[in-house]
Design a binder for this molecule. Structure first.
Ligand code: AMP
Length: 404
């Protein structure tokens, strides 16, 4: 079975084509600058050089058309025909309280995703454009949606409610939803395999540290608490997002700096975090380079970033009353020995003992970076959200075939 995985943004669209027999990626790529006359489509067939084409792509239906054209291209394509695609799986950021798992797209599901536009105004409308674009190009092909929030629907009320008037939850569904759920779920399962223990018996803290960053307490295989909240702004310090701040700063800064709501929102989402403190970049590689060159602001940004993550790890160990393993994943988590070392060196009270050599070694594999006698294991597990989307899509299509 061949599954096309799509992550549609407002002006870009990423895709991967999977062959589910061996879970191989046959091709991947993206279309960027959708809406412009010089949109860029890039296409990487497995094991072959990347193709890049610039053309006018004004909306998502044309972007999907372009993806399909590349997939069946006579010279560099990987499919004989578009009919070879059995199903399409979409990443959808917000599933609210309606979705605790992946589902086949039908009219009710589309209506519900639309109803959730308010909660994820930057993401869900773009995902919907992706769903409609596939429908327009391949009306017969079944589609599945996989939600970033779904894994966190197991959180108990003490984790997901905010201590504010209940009417805001009851009327407007203001609560913690959490994000990066597909990644936290995937690395937790891999962690159990690496530890050779049943996931249902483990207390894990999964740290997805990329441009966006979140940390999840995974108890007995379920999300128990997570650092992102009603939106992805809460929690850890990130590339350009502030993470946790005193909410009273918002009206105060608005008054002092004469900011509008839109401006303060943009400040906290796009001009804070590593970027704001270092004054250099939101990219951890540049922060590390500047630190090595002696830049004090970069060093402060790194220190705050690490400290805030470490505080969450301490809090979640307390929340679960125990901890078996800490898992690092995503761009920074997988690739920065410096960040992992800074965090783990200060967690000795929990029984964390880092194997410095294993931490410094580079590898694309799942691996343990704590010593044999470390009471809490430390693991690095490369995430693969696209594979989870492909697997969920595959499973739902198989279920449907069995039912019919
Ligand atoms: P992601 O959002 O998962 O793609 O992660 C992006 C982040 O990972 C950026 O801040 C990158 O600087 C960071 N990153 C990627 N490679 C490295 C590396 N080798 N060392 C440190 N940070 C890295």
């Amino acid at each position: 079975m061949k599954i096309l995985v799509i992550n549609a943004g407002s002006s870009s669209l990423k895709f991967q084509l999977y062959s589910m027999e061996n879970e191989a990626v046959l091709a991947k790529g993206k279309v960027e600058r959708i809406g412009m006359d010089s949109a860029i489509a890039s296409f990487e067939p497995d094991g072959k050089p990347e193709i890049r084409e610039v053309s006018e792509i004004l909306e998502h239906t044309s972007a999907i058309r372009k993806v399909l054209d590349m997939l069946v291209h006579k010279q560099y394509g990987v499919l004989g025909s578009i009919q070879d695609i059995d199903a399409v799986g979409h990443r959808v950021v917000h599933g609210g309280e309606s979705f605790s798992g992946s589902v086949l797209v039908d009219e009710d599901v589309k209506r519900e995703i639309k109803r959730l536009f308010d909660l994820a105004p930057l993401h869900n409308p773009a995902h919907m454009l992706g769903i409609h674009a596939v429908e327009a190009n391949m009306p017969e092909v079944p589609q599945v949606v996989v939600f970033d929030t779904a894994f966190h629907q197991t959180m108990p009320p003490q984790s997901y409610l905010y201590p504010i008037p209940m009417v805001l939850y009851k009327k407007h569904k203001i609560r913690r939803y959490g994000f990066h759920g597909t990644s936290h779920a995937y690395v937790s399962e891999r962690a159990a395999m690496l530890l050779q223990r049943p996931l249902q018996e483990l207390k894990l803290i999964s740290c997805h540290i990329g441009n966006g960053a979140s940390c999840t307490a995974v108890m007995n295989g379920k999300s128990y608490d997570t650092s992102m909240g009603m939106t992805p702004l809460e929690g850890l310090m990130m590339g350009t997002r502030s993470g946790d701040i005193d909410p009273a700063i918002v009206p105060y800064a608005m008054g002092k700096e004469d900011l509008t709501l839109g401006e303060v929102n943009s400040m906290l989402n796009k001009h804070s975090g590593l970027m704001a403190i270092s004054g250099i970049s939101s990219d951890m590689r540049e922060i590390l380079e500047s630190m090595e060159a002696g830049d004090k602001n970069a060093a402060l940004a790194f220190e705050m970033y690490e400290y805030r993550l470490r505080k969450y790890i301490g809090a979640y160990a307390a929340a679960m009353n125990g901890l078996d393993a800490i898992v690092f994943t995503a761009g920074v988590g997988e690739n920065s020995p410096a960040l992992r070392k800074a965090v783990c060196t200060n967690l000795t009270f929990l029984g964390v003992e880092l194997d410095e050599q294993a931490n410094a070694a580079r590898s694309p594999e799942d691996r343990r970076i704590s010593t044999e006698r470390s009471r809490v294991q430390v693991l690095v597990i490369p995430t693969n959200e696209e594979l989870v989307i492909a697997r969920d899509t595959h499973q739902l299509i198989l279920n449907r075939l069995n039912v019919v």
